[in-house]
Unconditional design. Structure first.
Ligand code: AMP
Length: 289
């Protein structure tokens, strides 16, 4: 079957409903397009788990501030379509902003509490409301059995899991590992903004996270000391400005003073005008050096 490209909500809904009625499982991979190997790892998992695979390509305006890169966010739909055809995807949902948000739209989904008060929520206070709202809309349109999200956006993943539980969506959220370039930089559509010098500097995110892991493996348990070393490393690298570095509990996202159980070390760094995020999960009871 050739890939279907659908721009209207009504067509996406009726096609997905038909699959459900025929007893077929539906997998959804929400994306903002400009696809790379990170996205494709989610698509491959969805392809192997489900009878019918839907990938949404939508740059969601409600998760950007006016000062952010909504207007310049990289796009290449023809290339995305080719990549998704090669992966055997069944349907691309590619709606316009007008289709997703009518002018009178005034309903938003907001996850509250600790999950949305630190890390990315500090410098992007609007962000998770926009993400939760668009993902809830996609869930209502596609009604998937499973939806795939990357650990690359660790806080987003936790927030979606919370929303699915709190709003009783009958959907399995499947978390997927971070896909990286060979030098450790996490794949991201925004990496395309980096010039060669900035691209070299950008590896400091992964190097700082690896350094933290080494310190913990050597027995260090004080978050402050680990964060101070990471900060020093990043500040010594050209083009960088730290947005945040933090060590939090992987479930509550509460900052941890000491590392006694599994933690998420999360980092956001500006490389000149490009904000990159990365993270690793570390369980001190289960360390391999
Ligand atoms: P985006 O297009 O950036 O909104 O990302 C769409 C989905 O792909 C999200 O669930 C991301 O977490 C996931 N994703 C993006 N980059 C990566 C990566 N390097 N590895 C794994 N998943 C990723």
């Amino acid at each position: 079957m050739p890939i279907q490209i659908v721009q209207s909500i009504a067509d996406a809904r009726s096609t997905c409903r038909l699959q459900n009625r025929q007893g077929k499982s539906v997998g959804l991979v929400p994306t903002m397009g400009f696809l790379h190997e990170g996205h494709l790892s989610l698509v491959r998992q969805a392809r192997s788990d489900n009878d019918f695979v839907v990938v949404s390509v939508f740059v969601n305006p409600t998760q950007f501030l006016p000062s952010e890169d909504f207007d310049t966010y990289p796009q290449n739909f023809e290339q995305d379509q080719r990549l998704l055809e090669d992966e055997g995807v069944d349907l691309i949902f590619f709606p316009s902003t007008k289709e997703m948000y009518c002018s009178s739209n005034s309903t938003f989904v907001e996850v509250t509490g600790q999950l949305t008060t630190n890390l990315c929520a500090i410098s992007r206070p609007h962000f998770f409301r926009g993400v939760a709202t668009v993902v809830a809309k996609l869930f209502n349109i596609v009604e998937p059995d499973r939806a795939y999200f990357g650990h690359k956006d660790a806080q987003q993943l936790a927030i979606i899991q919370r929303m699915v539980q709190d709003l009783n969506f009958d959907i399995e959220v499947v978390p997927m590992p971070i896909v990286r370039d060979s030098d450790g930089l996490a794949k991201s559509s925004r990496n395309s903004y980096l010039n060669p010098d900035q691209r070299r500097s950008s590896t400091v995110l992964f190097r700082a996270l690896q350094h933290a892991k080494t310190l913990i493996t050597q027995g260090e348990r004080s978050s402050n000391r680990i964060l101070a070393e990471m900060e020093k490393m990043i500040q010594a690298t050209e083009y960088t400005r730290i947005d945040y570095i933090n060590i939090v509990c992987t479930t509550s996202f509460e900052p941890q003073e000491y590392i006694n159980s599994e933690v998420l070390i999360a980092i956001a760094v500006w490389i000149t005008n490009t904000r990159l995020i990365d993270s690793i999960r570390i369980d001190p009871a289960n360390l391999t050096s």
